[in-house]
Design a binder for this molecule. Structure first.
Ligand SMILES: Nc1ncnc2c1ncn2[C@@H]1O[C@H](COP(=O)(O)OP(=O)(O)OP(=O)(O)O)[C@@H](O)[C@H]1O
Ligand SMILES: [Mg+2]
Length: 558
Protein backbone atom coordinates (compact mmCIF):
# COMPACT_ATOMS: atom_id res chain seq x y z
CA UNK A 1 0.00 0.00 0.00
CA UNK A 2 1.24 3.46 -0.88
CA UNK A 3 1.56 5.93 1.96
CA UNK A 4 0.49 9.46 1.23
CA UNK A 5 2.00 11.91 3.71
CA UNK A 6 -0.51 14.63 2.79
CA UNK A 7 -3.44 12.43 3.65
CA UNK A 8 -1.99 11.43 6.99
CA UNK A 9 -1.28 15.01 7.90
CA UNK A 10 -4.79 16.09 7.08
CA UNK A 11 -6.35 13.26 9.06
CA UNK A 12 -4.21 14.17 12.05
CA UNK A 13 -5.16 17.83 11.74
CA UNK A 14 -8.84 16.89 11.61
CA UNK A 15 -8.53 14.76 14.72
CA UNK A 16 -6.77 17.46 16.68
CA UNK A 17 -9.26 20.15 15.69
CA UNK A 18 -12.18 17.97 16.59
CA UNK A 19 -10.86 17.19 20.08
CA UNK A 20 -13.23 18.15 22.87
CA UNK A 21 -10.87 19.14 25.63
CA UNK A 22 -13.43 18.78 28.44
CA UNK A 23 -14.67 15.30 27.68
CA UNK A 24 -11.44 13.76 26.49
CA UNK A 25 -9.60 11.46 28.85
CA UNK A 26 -6.36 13.27 29.32
CA UNK A 27 -5.01 11.19 32.19
CA UNK A 28 -1.50 10.12 31.61
CA UNK A 29 -1.33 6.80 29.87
CA UNK A 30 1.62 4.55 29.19
CA UNK A 31 2.25 1.07 27.85
CA UNK A 32 3.76 -2.07 29.28
CA UNK A 33 7.21 -2.65 27.79
CA UNK A 34 8.09 -5.84 29.55
CA UNK A 35 6.43 -8.06 32.13
CA UNK A 36 7.46 -11.04 34.24
CA UNK A 37 7.65 -12.29 37.86
CA UNK A 38 5.05 -9.76 38.98
CA UNK A 39 7.18 -6.86 37.79
CA UNK A 40 6.40 -4.57 34.85
CA UNK A 41 8.47 -1.97 33.02
CA UNK A 42 6.23 0.79 31.80
CA UNK A 43 6.92 3.45 29.20
CA UNK A 44 5.17 6.78 28.93
CA UNK A 45 4.10 7.65 32.46
CA UNK A 46 6.76 10.32 32.81
CA UNK A 47 5.32 12.29 35.72
CA UNK A 48 4.62 9.22 37.81
CA UNK A 49 5.61 9.57 41.50
CA UNK A 50 7.41 7.03 43.57
CA UNK A 51 4.96 4.62 45.26
CA UNK A 52 2.09 5.85 43.06
CA UNK A 53 -0.70 3.44 42.16
CA UNK A 54 -1.07 2.55 38.48
CA UNK A 55 -4.10 1.02 36.80
CA UNK A 56 -3.61 -1.94 34.50
CA UNK A 57 -6.14 -4.13 32.70
CA UNK A 58 -7.87 -7.02 34.55
CA UNK A 59 -8.06 -4.98 37.78
CA UNK A 60 -4.36 -5.34 38.33
CA UNK A 61 -2.84 -2.61 40.45
CA UNK A 62 0.76 -1.52 39.95
CA UNK A 63 2.96 0.22 42.46
CA UNK A 64 5.68 2.40 40.94
CA UNK A 65 8.98 1.71 42.63
CA UNK A 66 11.75 2.43 40.16
CA UNK A 67 11.61 5.78 38.40
CA UNK A 68 14.15 5.57 35.62
CA UNK A 69 14.91 7.96 32.78
CA UNK A 70 12.88 6.26 30.08
CA UNK A 71 10.70 3.83 32.00
CA UNK A 72 9.08 3.08 35.33
CA UNK A 73 9.55 -0.21 37.17
CA UNK A 74 6.40 -1.28 38.99
CA UNK A 75 5.38 -4.25 41.08
CA UNK A 76 1.95 -5.69 40.37
CA UNK A 77 -0.83 -6.81 42.70
CA UNK A 78 -3.58 -9.13 41.51
CA UNK A 79 -3.71 -11.44 38.51
CA UNK A 80 -0.68 -9.98 36.85
CA UNK A 81 -0.17 -12.99 34.59
CA UNK A 82 -3.15 -11.81 32.51
CA UNK A 83 -1.38 -8.57 31.67
CA UNK A 84 0.70 -8.63 28.50
CA UNK A 85 3.13 -6.39 26.65
CA UNK A 86 1.64 -3.29 24.98
CA UNK A 87 -1.29 -3.17 27.43
CA UNK A 88 -2.15 0.36 28.53
CA UNK A 89 -1.30 1.65 31.97
CA UNK A 90 -3.01 4.64 33.57
CA UNK A 91 -1.66 6.91 36.26
CA UNK A 92 -3.97 7.48 39.20
CA UNK A 93 -2.05 10.27 40.91
CA UNK A 94 -2.74 8.52 44.24
CA UNK A 95 -0.44 6.65 46.54
CA UNK A 96 -1.46 3.11 47.46
CA UNK A 97 -4.60 3.15 49.61
CA UNK A 98 -5.74 0.41 51.97
CA UNK A 99 -9.33 0.01 53.19
CA UNK A 100 -9.54 0.59 56.95
CA UNK A 101 -12.20 0.67 59.63
CA UNK A 102 -14.13 -1.18 62.33
CA UNK A 103 -15.56 -3.51 59.68
CA UNK A 104 -12.22 -5.28 59.48
CA UNK A 105 -12.29 -6.37 63.13
CA UNK A 106 -12.60 -10.13 63.52
CA UNK A 107 -11.56 -10.70 59.92
CA UNK A 108 -8.74 -12.39 58.04
CA UNK A 109 -7.77 -10.23 55.06
CA UNK A 110 -5.04 -9.86 52.47
CA UNK A 111 -2.85 -6.73 52.41
CA UNK A 112 -5.27 -4.99 50.08
CA UNK A 113 -8.11 -5.51 52.55
CA UNK A 114 -9.87 -8.28 50.62
CA UNK A 115 -11.37 -11.07 52.76
CA UNK A 116 -9.56 -14.41 52.95
CA UNK A 117 -12.04 -15.96 55.38
CA UNK A 118 -15.55 -17.11 54.58
CA UNK A 119 -17.41 -14.43 56.48
CA UNK A 120 -18.56 -12.49 53.43
CA UNK A 121 -17.75 -9.09 51.96
CA UNK A 122 -16.18 -6.30 53.95
CA UNK A 123 -17.85 -2.96 53.33
CA UNK A 124 -15.40 -0.40 54.55
CA UNK A 125 -16.10 3.24 53.81
CA UNK A 126 -12.65 4.65 54.49
CA UNK A 127 -9.18 4.13 53.12
CA UNK A 128 -5.76 5.20 54.32
CA UNK A 129 -2.50 5.56 52.53
CA UNK A 130 -0.38 2.45 53.00
CA UNK A 131 2.74 4.58 53.36
CA UNK A 132 2.29 7.35 55.88
CA UNK A 133 4.85 9.77 57.21
CA UNK A 134 5.58 9.05 60.85
CA UNK A 135 4.51 11.80 63.28
CA UNK A 136 7.29 14.19 64.24
CA UNK A 137 8.62 14.68 67.72
CA UNK A 138 6.28 17.58 68.61
CA UNK A 139 3.26 15.39 68.01
CA UNK A 140 4.54 12.72 70.35
CA UNK A 141 4.71 12.25 74.10
CA UNK A 142 6.66 9.84 76.29
CA UNK A 143 5.44 6.29 76.65
CA UNK A 144 3.89 5.87 80.09
CA UNK A 145 1.02 3.38 79.89
CA UNK A 146 1.72 -0.35 80.11
CA UNK A 147 0.96 -2.71 77.24
CA UNK A 148 0.40 -5.84 79.31
CA UNK A 149 1.49 -9.07 77.67
CA UNK A 150 0.15 -11.20 80.50
CA UNK A 151 3.49 -13.02 80.65
CA UNK A 152 5.19 -12.79 84.03
CA UNK A 153 8.71 -12.83 82.63
CA UNK A 154 8.01 -9.93 80.26
CA UNK A 155 5.74 -7.70 82.32
CA UNK A 156 8.09 -7.93 85.29
CA UNK A 157 11.51 -7.55 83.64
CA UNK A 158 11.05 -6.26 80.09
CA UNK A 159 7.90 -4.15 80.42
CA UNK A 160 6.42 -2.84 77.19
CA UNK A 161 4.65 0.51 76.97
CA UNK A 162 1.90 1.69 74.64
CA UNK A 163 3.56 3.35 71.67
CA UNK A 164 6.79 1.39 72.03
CA UNK A 165 8.55 -0.80 69.48
CA UNK A 166 9.79 -4.01 71.04
CA UNK A 167 11.49 -6.65 68.94
CA UNK A 168 10.89 -10.36 69.54
CA UNK A 169 13.94 -12.16 68.21
CA UNK A 170 15.08 -15.77 68.22
CA UNK A 171 15.73 -18.88 66.18
CA UNK A 172 12.91 -20.87 64.68
CA UNK A 173 10.57 -22.68 67.05
CA UNK A 174 11.54 -20.76 70.16
CA UNK A 175 8.08 -19.42 70.97
CA UNK A 176 8.17 -16.04 69.22
CA UNK A 177 4.67 -16.26 67.82
CA UNK A 178 3.40 -17.64 71.12
CA UNK A 179 4.39 -14.41 72.91
CA UNK A 180 2.53 -12.33 70.33
CA UNK A 181 -0.59 -14.49 70.48
CA UNK A 182 -0.61 -14.45 74.29
CA UNK A 183 -0.41 -10.66 74.21
CA UNK A 184 -3.44 -10.49 71.91
CA UNK A 185 -5.36 -12.88 74.16
CA UNK A 186 -4.39 -10.89 77.24
CA UNK A 187 -5.81 -7.73 75.67
CA UNK A 188 -9.07 -9.23 74.47
CA UNK A 189 -11.15 -7.23 76.94
CA UNK A 190 -8.98 -4.14 77.00
CA UNK A 191 -9.28 -1.06 74.79
CA UNK A 192 -6.43 -2.24 72.54
CA UNK A 193 -7.14 -3.20 68.93
CA UNK A 194 -4.68 -5.86 67.72
CA UNK A 195 -3.45 -6.36 64.19
CA UNK A 196 -1.52 -9.53 63.49
CA UNK A 197 0.39 -9.40 60.20
CA UNK A 198 1.53 -12.82 59.00
CA UNK A 199 4.23 -12.58 56.34
CA UNK A 200 5.46 -15.61 54.41
CA UNK A 201 3.88 -18.19 56.73
CA UNK A 202 1.89 -21.17 55.58
CA UNK A 203 -1.81 -20.34 55.25
CA UNK A 204 -2.64 -23.32 57.46
CA UNK A 205 -0.53 -21.80 60.26
CA UNK A 206 -2.34 -18.49 59.90
CA UNK A 207 -5.71 -20.21 60.03
CA UNK A 208 -4.55 -22.02 63.16
CA UNK A 209 -3.67 -18.70 64.78
CA UNK A 210 -7.10 -17.40 63.89
CA UNK A 211 -8.77 -20.48 65.36
CA UNK A 212 -6.76 -20.12 68.56
CA UNK A 213 -7.79 -16.50 68.87
CA UNK A 214 -11.40 -17.37 68.16
CA UNK A 215 -11.34 -20.14 70.75
CA UNK A 216 -10.06 -17.61 73.28
CA UNK A 217 -12.66 -15.04 72.25
CA UNK A 218 -9.89 -12.66 71.23
CA UNK A 219 -10.79 -12.29 67.56
CA UNK A 220 -13.45 -9.66 68.26
CA UNK A 221 -10.94 -6.82 68.42
CA UNK A 222 -8.30 -8.33 66.16
CA UNK A 223 -7.52 -8.07 62.46
CA UNK A 224 -5.31 -10.66 60.78
CA UNK A 225 -3.49 -9.53 57.65
CA UNK A 226 -2.00 -12.48 55.80
CA UNK A 227 0.50 -12.61 52.96
CA UNK A 228 1.16 -16.36 52.93
CA UNK A 229 4.30 -18.03 51.63
CA UNK A 230 2.82 -18.83 48.21
CA UNK A 231 1.92 -15.19 47.50
CA UNK A 232 3.98 -13.01 45.15
CA UNK A 233 6.76 -10.96 46.75
CA UNK A 234 4.99 -7.57 46.30
CA UNK A 235 2.05 -8.72 48.41
CA UNK A 236 4.41 -9.80 51.19
CA UNK A 237 6.24 -6.52 50.87
CA UNK A 238 3.00 -4.59 51.28
CA UNK A 239 1.59 -6.56 54.22
CA UNK A 240 3.19 -4.74 57.19
CA UNK A 241 2.44 -1.30 55.74
CA UNK A 242 -1.16 -2.33 55.19
CA UNK A 243 -1.43 -3.65 58.76
CA UNK A 244 0.12 -0.46 60.06
CA UNK A 245 -2.38 1.67 58.08
CA UNK A 246 -5.24 -0.34 59.57
CA UNK A 247 -3.80 0.34 63.04
CA UNK A 248 -3.34 4.04 62.31
CA UNK A 249 -7.06 4.32 61.65
CA UNK A 250 -7.59 3.61 65.35
CA UNK A 251 -4.52 5.54 66.45
CA UNK A 252 -5.75 8.81 64.94
CA UNK A 253 -9.12 8.35 66.60
CA UNK A 254 -7.32 8.54 69.93
CA UNK A 255 -7.54 4.78 70.50
CA UNK A 256 -4.86 2.17 71.16
CA UNK A 257 -3.57 -0.28 68.59
CA UNK A 258 -1.01 -3.08 68.66
CA UNK A 259 0.65 -4.24 65.43
CA UNK A 260 2.54 -7.52 65.31
CA UNK A 261 4.72 -8.17 62.26
CA UNK A 262 5.44 -11.90 62.08
CA UNK A 263 8.07 -11.82 60.74
CA UNK A 264 10.22 -9.06 59.26
CA UNK A 265 12.99 -11.46 58.18
CA UNK A 266 10.64 -12.88 55.58
CA UNK A 267 9.55 -9.35 54.74
CA UNK A 268 13.14 -8.36 54.02
CA UNK A 269 13.61 -11.48 51.89
CA UNK A 270 10.51 -10.59 49.84
CA UNK A 271 11.87 -7.08 49.36
CA UNK A 272 15.23 -8.48 48.28
CA UNK A 273 13.53 -10.69 45.72
CA UNK A 274 11.53 -7.74 44.38
CA UNK A 275 14.55 -5.48 44.24
CA UNK A 276 16.67 -8.00 42.41
CA UNK A 277 13.90 -8.45 39.84
CA UNK A 278 13.76 -4.68 39.48
CA UNK A 279 17.52 -4.87 38.86
CA UNK A 280 18.46 -2.69 41.77
CA UNK A 281 22.10 -3.14 42.75
CA UNK A 282 22.49 -5.76 45.49
CA UNK A 283 24.45 -4.86 48.62
CA UNK A 284 25.38 -6.76 51.76
CA UNK A 285 23.78 -10.25 51.86
CA UNK A 286 22.29 -9.27 48.46
CA UNK A 287 19.78 -6.95 50.12
CA UNK A 288 19.28 -3.61 48.36
CA UNK A 289 20.89 -0.57 49.94
CA UNK A 290 17.64 0.81 51.33
CA UNK A 291 16.61 -2.24 53.33
CA UNK A 292 17.20 -0.31 56.57
CA UNK A 293 14.77 2.36 55.40
CA UNK A 294 12.28 -0.40 54.57
CA UNK A 295 11.94 -1.25 58.27
CA UNK A 296 12.71 2.12 59.83
CA UNK A 297 9.89 3.90 58.05
CA UNK A 298 7.53 1.15 59.13
CA UNK A 299 8.56 1.05 62.78
CA UNK A 300 8.81 4.84 63.15
CA UNK A 301 5.06 4.86 62.69
CA UNK A 302 4.68 3.34 66.15
CA UNK A 303 3.87 6.27 68.39
CA UNK A 304 2.26 7.64 71.51
CA UNK A 305 0.52 10.79 70.25
CA UNK A 306 0.45 14.01 72.27
CA UNK A 307 -2.75 15.04 74.03
CA UNK A 308 -3.48 17.67 71.35
CA UNK A 309 -3.34 14.89 68.76
CA UNK A 310 -5.78 12.75 70.69
CA UNK A 311 -3.31 10.73 72.81
CA UNK A 312 -3.78 7.53 70.80
CA UNK A 313 -1.02 4.94 70.60
CA UNK A 314 0.32 2.38 68.17
CA UNK A 315 2.61 -0.27 69.63
CA UNK A 316 4.76 -2.38 67.32
CA UNK A 317 5.99 -5.89 68.08
CA UNK A 318 8.14 -6.87 65.10
CA UNK A 319 9.45 -10.44 65.04
CA UNK A 320 12.81 -11.46 63.58
CA UNK A 321 13.99 -15.00 63.02
CA UNK A 322 17.71 -15.57 63.52
CA UNK A 323 19.88 -18.38 62.18
CA UNK A 324 21.69 -20.33 64.91
CA UNK A 325 21.27 -17.47 67.37
CA UNK A 326 23.27 -15.09 65.21
CA UNK A 327 21.98 -11.63 66.08
CA UNK A 328 24.83 -9.94 64.25
CA UNK A 329 23.50 -10.72 60.78
CA UNK A 330 22.39 -7.80 58.63
CA UNK A 331 18.62 -7.69 59.17
CA UNK A 332 18.69 -8.52 62.93
CA UNK A 333 21.21 -5.73 63.65
CA UNK A 334 19.16 -3.29 61.57
CA UNK A 335 15.93 -4.01 63.39
CA UNK A 336 17.60 -4.13 66.81
CA UNK A 337 18.88 -0.61 66.19
CA UNK A 338 15.46 0.66 65.09
CA UNK A 339 13.46 -0.72 68.02
CA UNK A 340 13.33 0.36 71.68
CA UNK A 341 14.52 -2.99 72.97
CA UNK A 342 14.35 -6.69 72.28
CA UNK A 343 13.08 -9.91 73.79
CA UNK A 344 15.72 -12.47 72.97
CA UNK A 345 14.58 -16.10 72.87
CA UNK A 346 17.03 -18.99 72.96
CA UNK A 347 16.75 -22.56 71.80
CA UNK A 348 18.88 -23.90 74.68
CA UNK A 349 16.68 -22.25 77.27
CA UNK A 350 13.57 -23.47 75.44
CA UNK A 351 14.73 -27.08 75.64
CA UNK A 352 15.93 -26.76 79.23
CA UNK A 353 12.32 -26.01 80.11
CA UNK A 354 12.41 -22.23 80.47
CA UNK A 355 9.22 -21.04 78.76
CA UNK A 356 8.95 -18.40 77.49
CA UNK A 357 12.64 -19.00 76.68
CA UNK A 358 13.77 -15.46 77.39
CA UNK A 359 17.45 -14.72 77.87
CA UNK A 360 17.24 -12.11 80.62
CA UNK A 361 20.80 -10.92 80.15
CA UNK A 362 20.41 -9.87 76.52
CA UNK A 363 16.76 -8.80 76.62
CA UNK A 364 15.94 -5.21 77.40
CA UNK A 365 13.19 -2.65 77.14
CA UNK A 366 14.55 0.86 76.83
CA UNK A 367 11.41 2.84 77.57
CA UNK A 368 9.14 0.36 79.26
CA UNK A 369 10.24 1.06 82.85
CA UNK A 370 8.15 4.22 82.99
CA UNK A 371 5.21 2.30 81.68
CA UNK A 372 5.25 -0.50 84.24
CA UNK A 373 2.44 -0.71 86.78
CA UNK A 374 3.58 0.60 90.17
CA UNK A 375 2.67 -2.66 91.86
CA UNK A 376 4.89 -4.68 89.53
CA UNK A 377 7.72 -2.19 89.82
CA UNK A 378 7.59 -2.52 93.59
CA UNK A 379 7.92 -6.30 93.66
CA UNK A 380 10.13 -6.89 90.60
CA UNK A 381 12.82 -4.23 90.83
CA UNK A 382 15.51 -6.70 91.95
CA UNK A 383 14.40 -9.58 89.79
CA UNK A 384 16.46 -8.86 86.69
CA UNK A 385 19.68 -8.53 88.58
CA UNK A 386 19.03 -11.62 90.71
CA UNK A 387 18.32 -13.73 87.67
CA UNK A 388 21.39 -12.53 85.78
CA UNK A 389 23.51 -13.31 88.83
CA UNK A 390 21.88 -16.71 89.10
CA UNK A 391 22.78 -17.52 85.50
CA UNK A 392 26.39 -16.57 86.14
CA UNK A 393 26.60 -18.59 89.35
CA UNK A 394 24.93 -21.51 87.65
CA UNK A 395 27.63 -21.64 85.00
CA UNK A 396 30.22 -21.48 87.76
CA UNK A 397 28.55 -24.16 89.88
CA UNK A 398 28.70 -26.61 87.00
CA UNK A 399 32.38 -27.08 87.73
CA UNK A 400 31.22 -28.95 90.82
CA UNK A 401 33.37 -27.03 93.28
CA UNK A 402 32.21 -26.69 96.87
CA UNK A 403 29.84 -23.82 97.32
CA UNK A 404 29.45 -21.71 100.42
CA UNK A 405 25.97 -21.56 101.95
CA UNK A 406 25.37 -18.05 100.63
CA UNK A 407 25.99 -19.11 97.06
CA UNK A 408 23.85 -22.19 97.57
CA UNK A 409 21.03 -20.04 98.83
CA UNK A 410 21.36 -17.72 95.86
CA UNK A 411 21.30 -20.66 93.49
CA UNK A 412 18.23 -22.06 95.23
CA UNK A 413 16.46 -18.74 95.00
CA UNK A 414 17.33 -18.38 91.31
CA UNK A 415 16.08 -21.87 90.49
CA UNK A 416 12.75 -21.10 92.13
CA UNK A 417 12.47 -17.73 90.43
CA UNK A 418 13.00 -19.34 87.03
CA UNK A 419 10.32 -21.87 87.90
CA UNK A 420 7.98 -19.12 89.09
CA UNK A 421 8.40 -17.16 85.86
CA UNK A 422 7.60 -20.16 83.69
CA UNK A 423 4.24 -19.97 82.03
CA UNK A 424 2.41 -22.21 79.60
CA UNK A 425 1.14 -20.67 76.37
CA UNK A 426 -2.38 -19.31 75.94
CA UNK A 427 -2.42 -18.63 79.65
CA UNK A 428 -1.81 -14.91 80.16
CA UNK A 429 -2.21 -13.59 83.70
CA UNK A 430 -3.68 -10.37 85.06
CA UNK A 431 -1.34 -8.01 86.93
CA UNK A 432 -2.44 -9.02 90.44
CA UNK A 433 -1.72 -12.71 89.87
CA UNK A 434 1.67 -11.90 88.41
CA UNK A 435 2.47 -9.65 91.37
CA UNK A 436 1.49 -12.37 93.85
CA UNK A 437 3.62 -15.03 92.12
CA UNK A 438 6.67 -12.82 91.89
CA UNK A 439 6.27 -11.52 95.41
CA UNK A 440 6.27 -15.10 96.68
CA UNK A 441 9.63 -15.60 94.99
CA UNK A 442 11.43 -12.36 95.72
CA UNK A 443 10.38 -12.32 99.38
CA UNK A 444 11.73 -15.82 99.90
CA UNK A 445 8.45 -17.68 100.51
CA UNK A 446 9.28 -20.07 97.71
CA UNK A 447 12.62 -20.92 99.34
CA UNK A 448 10.69 -23.18 101.68
CA UNK A 449 9.21 -25.21 98.84
CA UNK A 450 11.12 -27.67 96.69
CA UNK A 451 11.69 -26.40 93.17
CA UNK A 452 9.63 -29.11 91.52
CA UNK A 453 6.64 -28.22 93.68
CA UNK A 454 6.81 -24.48 92.98
CA UNK A 455 4.46 -24.57 90.03
CA UNK A 456 1.82 -26.48 91.93
CA UNK A 457 2.23 -24.17 94.91
CA UNK A 458 1.76 -21.04 92.82
CA UNK A 459 -1.32 -22.34 91.09
CA UNK A 460 -2.81 -23.30 94.49
CA UNK A 461 -1.84 -19.87 95.79
CA UNK A 462 -3.66 -18.08 92.99
CA UNK A 463 -6.77 -20.21 93.57
CA UNK A 464 -6.61 -19.47 97.29
CA UNK A 465 -6.20 -15.74 96.72
CA UNK A 466 -9.18 -15.75 94.37
CA UNK A 467 -11.42 -17.31 96.98
CA UNK A 468 -10.08 -15.60 100.13
CA UNK A 469 -8.54 -12.30 99.01
CA UNK A 470 -10.59 -11.35 96.00
CA UNK A 471 -10.79 -7.69 97.00
CA UNK A 472 -7.02 -7.46 97.30
CA UNK A 473 -6.55 -8.86 93.78
CA UNK A 474 -9.22 -6.57 92.35
CA UNK A 475 -7.63 -3.57 94.00
CA UNK A 476 -4.22 -4.33 92.50
CA UNK A 477 -5.73 -4.95 89.06
CA UNK A 478 -7.77 -1.76 89.11
CA UNK A 479 -5.30 0.69 90.61
CA UNK A 480 -2.08 -0.96 89.50
CA UNK A 481 -0.73 -0.09 92.96
CA UNK A 482 0.41 -2.20 95.88
CA UNK A 483 -0.06 -0.17 99.03
CA UNK A 484 1.92 -1.05 102.16
CA UNK A 485 -1.18 -2.53 103.80
CA UNK A 486 -1.92 -4.62 100.75
CA UNK A 487 1.65 -5.78 100.63
CA UNK A 488 1.42 -6.91 104.23
CA UNK A 489 -1.86 -8.68 103.58
CA UNK A 490 -0.38 -10.39 100.53
CA UNK A 491 2.66 -11.50 102.51
CA UNK A 492 0.45 -12.91 105.24
CA UNK A 493 -1.70 -14.79 102.77
CA UNK A 494 1.33 -16.30 101.06
CA UNK A 495 2.92 -17.25 104.41
CA UNK A 496 -0.28 -18.96 105.46
CA UNK A 497 -0.41 -20.78 102.15
CA UNK A 498 3.15 -22.07 102.63
CA UNK A 499 2.18 -23.56 106.00
CA UNK A 500 -0.96 -25.15 104.60
CA UNK A 501 0.78 -26.45 101.50
CA UNK A 502 3.38 -28.22 103.63
CA UNK A 503 6.83 -26.62 103.38
CA UNK A 504 9.86 -28.77 102.55
CA UNK A 505 12.31 -26.55 104.40
CA UNK A 506 12.12 -24.57 107.62
CA UNK A 507 12.72 -20.83 107.73
CA UNK A 508 16.49 -21.33 108.00
CA UNK A 509 16.49 -23.49 104.94
CA UNK A 510 16.94 -26.83 106.78
CA UNK A 511 14.97 -29.72 105.36
CA UNK A 512 11.92 -30.71 107.40
CA UNK A 513 10.89 -34.27 108.35
CA UNK A 514 8.06 -34.52 105.82
CA UNK A 515 10.27 -33.14 103.13
CA UNK A 516 12.88 -35.82 103.83
CA UNK A 517 10.48 -38.73 103.79
CA UNK A 518 8.90 -37.28 100.71
CA UNK A 519 12.30 -37.31 99.08
CA UNK A 520 13.04 -40.89 100.12
CA UNK A 521 9.78 -42.16 98.66
CA UNK A 522 10.56 -40.43 95.43
CA UNK A 523 13.98 -41.96 95.46
CA UNK A 524 12.53 -45.49 95.78
CA UNK A 525 10.16 -44.85 92.93
CA UNK A 526 13.21 -43.93 90.91
CA UNK A 527 14.39 -47.56 90.79
CA UNK A 528 17.84 -46.58 91.85
CA UNK A 529 19.80 -48.20 94.70
CA UNK A 530 18.51 -47.17 98.14
CA UNK A 531 20.43 -44.49 99.98
CA UNK A 532 22.29 -46.76 102.41
CA UNK A 533 23.51 -49.29 99.83
CA UNK A 534 27.00 -49.31 98.44
CA UNK A 535 27.30 -46.16 96.40
CA UNK A 536 30.64 -46.85 94.79
CA UNK A 537 30.53 -46.51 91.06
CA UNK A 538 27.45 -44.34 91.12
CA UNK A 539 28.38 -40.86 89.95
CA UNK A 540 27.90 -38.16 92.55
CA UNK A 541 24.82 -36.40 91.34
CA UNK A 542 22.92 -33.47 92.73
CA UNK A 543 20.59 -35.57 94.91
CA UNK A 544 23.50 -37.32 96.56
CA UNK A 545 25.05 -33.99 97.37
CA UNK A 546 21.73 -33.15 98.97
CA UNK A 547 21.80 -36.31 101.14
CA UNK A 548 25.26 -35.48 102.23
CA UNK A 549 24.24 -31.98 103.15
CA UNK A 550 21.27 -33.32 105.10
CA UNK A 551 23.40 -35.75 107.02
CA UNK A 552 25.89 -33.08 107.87
CA UNK A 553 23.11 -30.85 109.13
CA UNK A 554 21.93 -33.68 111.38
CA UNK A 555 25.41 -33.98 112.81
CA UNK A 556 26.22 -37.39 111.32
CA UNK A 557 29.09 -36.90 108.96
CA UNK A 558 28.95 -39.20 105.97
N1 LIG B 1 5.28 -20.90 76.96
C1 LIG B 1 5.24 -22.05 76.29
N2 LIG B 1 5.00 -23.19 76.93
C2 LIG B 1 4.94 -24.36 76.28
N3 LIG B 1 5.11 -24.49 74.95
C3 LIG B 1 5.35 -23.41 74.23
C4 LIG B 1 5.43 -22.12 74.86
N4 LIG B 1 5.67 -21.21 73.90
C5 LIG B 1 5.75 -21.89 72.73
N5 LIG B 1 5.56 -23.20 72.92
C6 LIG B 1 5.56 -24.25 71.87
O1 LIG B 1 6.75 -24.14 71.13
C7 LIG B 1 6.53 -24.34 69.76
C8 LIG B 1 7.05 -23.16 68.97
O2 LIG B 1 6.31 -22.01 69.30
P1 LIG B 1 6.07 -20.86 68.24
O3 LIG B 1 5.38 -21.36 67.03
O4 LIG B 1 5.44 -19.74 68.97
O5 LIG B 1 7.57 -20.51 67.90
P2 LIG B 1 8.12 -19.60 66.73
O6 LIG B 1 9.42 -19.11 67.22
O7 LIG B 1 7.10 -18.60 66.33
O8 LIG B 1 8.32 -20.66 65.59
P3 LIG B 1 8.53 -20.40 64.04
O9 LIG B 1 9.96 -20.07 63.88
O10 LIG B 1 8.16 -21.69 63.42
O11 LIG B 1 7.62 -19.26 63.67
C9 LIG B 1 5.04 -24.54 69.58
O12 LIG B 1 4.79 -25.90 69.43
C10 LIG B 1 4.45 -24.03 70.86
O13 LIG B 1 3.32 -24.76 71.21
MG1 LIG C 1 6.24 -18.11 64.48
Amino acid sequence: MEIKPDEIASILRERIEGLDVDSADLSEVGTVLEIGDGIARIHGVDNCQSLEMLELPHDVVGLALNLEEDNVGAVLFGEWDKVSEDDTVKRTGKLLEIPVGEELLGRLVDPLGRPLDDKGDINTSETRSAEHKAPGVVHRQPVTEPMQTGLKAIDSMIPIGRGQRELIIGDRQTGKTAIAIDTIINNKDSDVVCIYVAIGQRMSTVVQVMETLEANDAMKNTIIVAAPADEAAPIKYMAPYAGCAMGEHFLYQGRHALCIYDDLSKHAAAYRQMSLLLRRPPGREAYPGDVFYLHSRLLERAVKLSDEQGAGSLTALPIIETQAGDISAYIPTNVISITDGQIFLETDLFYSGVRPAINVGTSVSRVGGNAQTKAMKKVASQLRLDLSQYRELEAFAQFGSELDPDTQRQLGRGERMVEALNQTERNPMPVAEQVASIYAGTEGYLDRIKTDRVREFLSDLIDRLHSDNKELLDRINETGQLSDEDEEALGKAIGQMVDDFGPDFDEQGNPLEEGESDWVTRREGDERPPVDSDQDGVGADASEAETQAEQEEAGTPA
